[in-house]
Design a protein around this ligand. Structure first.
Ligand code: ZN
Length: 232
């Protein structure tokens, strides 16, 4: 009986989106609006407090994406949506936020609609983690970004299992050469093109920098990033 109830609950959760509201309703209730273009630092993505951000300007050898586009700061309602997309497998919200992020890329003038020289690339999670969570959150967001701006989407990268941002400090030390991301065969599609990395959150920026380095290695002439939220 318990097993049956649990199975019914699972089916209900699946049908009802695990009790999560329809994304459009959630956005309306929260009166959500993406940040106006370039009210954040173009290099690190944090909210612009004064005239200029104090983050370092680009130096030689800096592998970070050249531009960062975001929907908002990683706080409040936007933060809870991002968390639920990843940990509750809220696929419909991933699509809604991805569509808004695609529009934000266009509004920021970083790309134009239907540009064949743009390739949208999700920051991958290790496959075991996406299986366990039941969602490839960045992949779902990236697919919606690509649809919204009429660009191609390519799963150009893969991430090694066990290589997460948690051990970024360790890798920055003696394991510095152990690459966290590698290029898949389809990464050749970014050669000679503008690659736009898509992820849910930018925290320290090390993930985006490592992923961007691999895309440049695959021949991307320009690498930008689009993230739903940025930790200020
Ligand atoms: Zn900055």
């Amino acid at each position: 009986m318990t097993v049956l109830l649990r199975q019914l609950q699972a089916i209900a959760d699946e049908l009802l989106g695990r009790g999560l509201p329809a994304p459009a309703d959630a956005l309306r209730r929260a009166r959500f609006r993406p940040d106006p273009p370039w009210t954040w630092c173009e290099r690190c993505g944090v909210t612009m407090q004064e005239r200029a951000c104090r983050c370092p300007t680009r130096r030689a050898g800096d592998t970070a994406p050249e531009w960062i586009v975001r929907l908002g700061a990683h706080e409040g309602t936007l933060r809870s949506w991002v968390v639920d997309v990843k940990h509750a497998g809220w696929e419909s919200m991933a699509e809604t936020l991805g569509a808004a992020l695609g529009q934000q890329l266009l509004d920021c003038g970083l790309i134009s609609r239907g540009d064949r020289d743009v390739v949208i690339v999700p920051v991958p999670s290790p496959w075991l983690r996406t299986r366990a969570r039941g969602i490839d959150h960045a992949g779902a967001i990236a697919a919606a970004v690509a649809r919204a701006c009429g660009a191609r989407c390519c799963m150009a990268l893969r991430q090694r299992l066990g290589a997460t941002q948690v051990d970024a400090a360790a890798r920055a030390g003696r394991m510095a050469r152990a690459q966290r991301f590698s290029a898949r065969r389809c990464a050749r599609r970014v050669a000679g093109r503008h690659a736009v990395l898509v992820d849910d959150v930018r925290t320290t920026g090390s993930t985006l920098a490592e992923a961007a380095a691999v895309l440049r290695g695959a021949g991307a002439v320009r690498v930008s990033a689009a993230v739903v939220s940025v930790k200020d």
